[in-house]
Design a protein around this ligand. Structure first.
Ligand code: PHE
Length: 368
């Protein structure tokens, strides 16, 4: 396929004219054009430009020539090498592209393929995860109460996760949140959000920019904290945040909203209670708890024998938070709450250990 290979230790002794550069180039064109795979092209490259290639032999023979002939011939050999390298590169591009295309065709999976009935009856059709269906059900409850659903980013800056929420750097309340920081920008400037409250800040800023106050929204999403997993905690968990900013909003509106949502979602048998608490972004603040659904209030291991399970926190939006986002606290007031979606799933379905939600045991998941 290619010009005859020369080479060998005694090239130097042979007369230089033996190598026909033009002929080699013509042969190379054919060889390169007919190489159909990158492997084949590698072989052709070795034959044409390798140590044992006729061109290389010709280069080694240059020393036997007179100065002028050596220069002309040297140039011819260099030009031929360059031309061959160019041919090889062009062809390699074509061949690689064809191979890539072929790989895509070979690897293609037909996801629309109909599963034969035998397989379907043993494997079954999947369904949404319990946490997803819980989130959907909770959204339905709040949409029914007039809230809209909003979302925000899971990676946040210090301003959204802490600063705008009235938690300046070095504030002791940062200790409430064991934070996963990302190695992006200045140290501890970027993090996985520790709660859904930063979405409140985004919504308030957007509403101010668009002049679209009031706000009635719930914001479900994934949150992250450096917590050791146990029966009631996961380091990656889901919260639903609620925010109302309107005229004349009072704590009674907040309490009524929590009561309505817990009854709608958990049913009449479960009661909710508010207990005074502290959050830097709400004042006054409360924690809300519901009757432990596992022991119906009698006390068990899951509720640490208290009969109550903490679902989340709430309170009246601190005027400092309104001010941070440019909202006039003289005209507007609001309440906010945030609670665990996983915790709701756990209580609604009597799951004693929350870790079951993420262990992917199909026997567990199939029940819901
Ligand atoms: N963001 C708080 C937390 O994760 C909960 C909360 C939300 C409290 C809104 C008050 C108001 O602990």
């Amino acid at each position: 396929m290619t010009a005859p290979t020369g080479g060998g230790p005694d090239d130097r002794d042979r007369p230089a004219e033996v190598v026909d550069v033009a002929g080699i180039l013509a042969g190379a064109q054919l060889a390169v054009a007919t190489a159909g795979s990158s492997r084949h092209l590698d072989e052709v490259e070795t034959e044409l430009l390798g140590k044992r290639a006729p061109l290389s032999a010709a280069a080694r023979q240059l020393g036997t020539l007179e100065a002028e002939a050596r220069r002309d011939r040297g140039r011819a050999i260099q030009e031929a090498r360059a031309a061959i390298e160019h041919l090889l590169a062009e062809r390699r591009r074509e061949v690689t592209e064809a191979e890539r295309h072929q790989r895509l065709v070979d690897d293609r999976l037909d996801l629309t393929e109909v599963v034969c009935s035998e397989v379907r009856s043993t494997v079954g059709r999947g369904h949404l995860h319990l946490v997803t269906t819980t989130r959907d059900a909770l959204e339905d409850v709040f949409v029914g109460m007039g809230f809209r659903v909003a979302e925000g980013p899971e990676v946040e800056s210090d301003w959204y996760n802490f600063g705008a929420l009235n938690i300046p750097p070095a504030h002791p309340a940062r200790g409430m949140f064991d934070t996963f920081y990302l190695a992006v920008g200045a140290p501890e400037s970027t993090m996985l959000r520790t709660h859904t409250s930063p979405v409140q800040v985004h919504l308030m800023e957007e509403a101010v920019a668009a002049g679209s106050l009031p706000i009635h929204a719930v914001m479900p999403g994934r949150c992250y904290r450096r917590d050791t997993p146990d029966a009631r905690h996961l380091p990656v968990f889901h919260q639903m945040e609620g925010l109302v900013v309107d005229r004349g909003i009072s704590f009674a509106d907040l309490a009524g909203t929590i009561e309505t949502f817990t009854t709608a979602y958990f049913g009449e048998g479960i009661s909710a209670r508010l207990r005074p608490a502290y959050f830097p972004f709400t004042e006054p603040s409360a924690e809300f708890e519901i009757t432990c659904a596992l022991c119906h209030g009698a006390g068990c291991r899951t509720c640490s024998h208290t009969g109550w399970i903490e679902l989340g926190g709430c309170g009246m939006v601190d005027p400092a938070v309104l001010a941070a986002t440019g909202i006039d606290a003289g005209t507007w007031s609001g309440f906010a709450f945030g609670f665990g979606i996983d915790r709701c799933a756990q209580m609604r379905h009597g799951i004693s250990d929350m870790r079951a939600l993420v262990e992917n045991d199909i026997r567990f998941l199939r029940q819901f």
